[in-house]
Design a protein around this ligand. Structure first.
Ligand code: GDP
Ligand code: MG
Length: 594
């Protein structure tokens, strides 16, 4: 295709403002999906996305429109998946910035807009959901225009649901988004913006060609690893993969398959070039996303350790932000310490490992990364609380902090400040977006916001507040390690690092929670919370002799079997810690502590 006829754009927005629904309408209106095969959230291909109604992975699809080729990329909106968005942006020249006409600008609207601006994209401001009775298109057009610096009349108004205005939007993409520019005669350079492992076809690599041309049956070189492969298949997604005998030229977006099974050979952010007369310089890749939250992942059945490793290898290809390394826990055996971008990311990874790879896993309570400086000057990075040094030799502890932005109606300013102050926040500033909506900025410790901060914020503002945060360095803090002991033995998987002022409450709450979560055993189980050698809380689980079969003495055998099966079922999610059976929920109990 002539690059002059190509338009590459993405849709960016706050979560739930209607990106996926608008993408659906575009698929239908351009005719790539007929009415009969249409289903909601067409591009959310993972079950988990459809069930939760959220987009996790970006999706690229080629749409024919008015003699042009549009490559549209649908992106996730949640703060944890910002890195997915920033990757998609580098494959585009334009961005449709979508805002719900009943809600106005939200925290991720701003975050995504800034990403798009720093990637130099042409921005098309669009109000969505204008069919809603509660829509206030005039008010929010003004808000949006004020933000971007355009005239309110330049803001397009659409409904992804009814399709109103979508044709005009597509026309606008053609007329206003710049065509891709590249050197067709130069050596091929294509940016890998996504990679997926497919059981039948091996690794599927998604690329945007910047210069030159990539063809079928061509030897290609991955520039960061120096690995060479042959392209067995090359094509475009529209909306299913379609092979293309012509290959991919300047500005085109598509996929290639090399038959490679090793997932590490096709890295997101890498440059693909020709193995014969390749390019000298790779394209600027992506800044590697830095994991913010760590947690231990252990197979419930220790024999599944190799399967877990393989599953993580495969998932990592599809999820560039995932990192992991082996770790052993005295309580849980062999497993991995895994780094995530946030709690939603953690939840999704765990669920995908269980669903897509059939594993049963225990995950330990998440924590952020601490830097500990010892009195002798030695420094260590703590990603696992059980590695936090004990004893008096610590000189300083640093924790990661964020710059957090909260948008909400101004009536909630008091409530928001109260929550932030309670979590050691420092007010940075406040601006009015319009008469009755404010943007409040705080410095907040990451460790204080990753747990239930967002839930609390939502409930205290009746769901009206939105939150975005970005890393903003570190600060010194008075932190201690709280250990939890079962039968006098510290269980490494239960250790947590908390602020000194909250350590006591934390210990008491955890001990109480565990008493409720751990079922009674055949013997007594004392639970203690301790800072170093100092015990700060204790609870006791009384012994029980649970003779279930006694009840059916003389009863029929099938009833007996049913009972035993029921018991087994209940044990599925249990892990033996020493002699104590501990349910999965106990390992993340700290999560719900407030
Ligand atoms: P995303 O998170 O930005 O991808 O948002 P979705 O496309 O998943 O939409 C979020 C919710 O808004 C869903 O319940 C949609 O049905 C609804 N929605 C999306 N677009 C419209 C619209 O134009 N009008 C109305 N009334 N609802 C919409
Ligand atoms: Mg979506």
């Amino acid at each position: 295709t002539d690059p002059a006829l190509i338009r590459n754009f993405c849709i960016i927005a706050h979560i739930d403002h209607g990106k996926s629904t608008l993408a659906d309408r575009m698929l239908q209106i351009t005719g790539v999906v007929d009415d009969r095969s249409m289903r909601a959230q067409y591009l959310d291909r993972m079950d988990i996305e459809r069930e939760r109604g959220i987009t996790i992975k970006s999706q690229a699809v080629r749409l024919p429109w008015d003699g042009h080729v549009l490559n549209m990329i649908d992106t996730p909106g949640h703060v944890d998946f910002t890195y997915e968005v920033s990757r998609s942006l580098q494959a585009c020249e334009g961005a449709v910035l979508l805002v719900d006409a009943a809600q106005g600008i939200e925290a991720q609207t701003l975050a995504n807009l800034y990403l798009a601006m720093s990637a130099d994209l042409h921005i098309i401001p669009v109000l969505n959901k204008i069919d809603l009775p509660a829509a206030q298109p005039e008010k929010f057009a003004e808000e949006l225009a004020g933000l971007i610096g355009c005239d309110p009349s330049d803001v397009l108004k659409v409904s992804g649901k009814t399709g109103v205005g979508v044709r005009e939007l597509l026309d606008h993409v053609v007329s206003s988004v710049p065509a891709p520019v590249g050197d067709a005669d130069a050596a091929a350079r294509a940016l890998i913006f996504d990679s997926v492992y497919d059981t039948y076809r091996g690794v599927v690599t998604y690329v945007r060609v910047m210069d030159g041309h990539l063809g079928k049956r061509e030897r290609i070189l991955m520039m960061s690893t120096n690995a060479t492969h042959e392209t067995l298949e090359i094509g475009v997604i529209s909306p299913e993969p379609k092979t293309s005998d012509l290959g991919l030229g300047v500005g085109e977006v598509g996929y290639l398959i090399t038959g490679v099974k090793d997932v590490r050979q096709s890295r997101v952010g890498d440059t693909v070039t020709s193995a014969v007369k390749g390019a000298q310089n790779a394209l600027a890749g992506y800044e590697h996303p830095k994991p913010m939250v760590f947690s231990g992942l252990y197979p419930i059945d220790g024999d599944e350790y190799p399967e877990l490793r393989e599953a993580l290898d495969k998932l990592q290809l599809n999820d560039a932000a995932l990192i992991y390394e082996p770790e052993t826990s005295a309580a849980l055996g062999f497993g991995f310490r895994v780094g995530f971008l946030g709690l939603l990311h953690m939840e999704i990874v765990r669920e995908r490992l269980e669903r897509e790879f059939g594993l049963s896993l225990i995950s330990t309570a998440p924590n952020v990364v601490y830097r500990v400086v010892m009195e002798d000057g030695a420094e260590l990075t703590v990603t696992n609380p059980s590695e936090f040094p004990t004893g008096g030799k610590i000189s300083q502890v640093f924790e990661p902090v964020t710059k957090s932005t909260i948008l909400a109606p101004s009536e909630f300013i008091g409530a928001i400040m109260e929550i932030c102050q309670g979590r050691r926040g420092q007010l940075l500033g406040m601006d009015y977006l319009s008469e009755d909506r404010v943007e409040i900025r705080y410095t907040l410790p990451l460790g204080e916001i990753i747990f239930d901060f967002f839930d609390q914020l939502k409930s205290r503002t009746r769901g009206y507040a939105s939150l975005d945060y970005e890393p903003a360095g570190e600060q010194e803090a008075d932190l201690v390690k709280v250990d939890i002991l079962l039968q006098g033995e510290a269980v490494d998987a239960f250790s947590a690092i908390v602020h000194k002022d909250k350590a006591y409450t934390y210990g008491v709450d955890m001990a109480k929670k565990l008493r409720e979560l751990i079922p009674r055993q055949q013997f007594e189980v004392p639970i203690q919370a301790a800072i170093g050698a100092r015990v700060i809380a204790r609870e006791n689980i009384r012994a029980i002799r649970k003779d279930v079969l006694a009840k059916c003495y003389g009863g029929d055998i099938s009833r007996k079997r049913k009972l035993l099966e029921k018991q087994k079922e209940g044990k599925k999610r249990m892990k033996m810690v020493g002699r104590v059976e501990v349910p999965q929920e106990a390992f993340v109990a700290a999560l719900s502590t407030d």
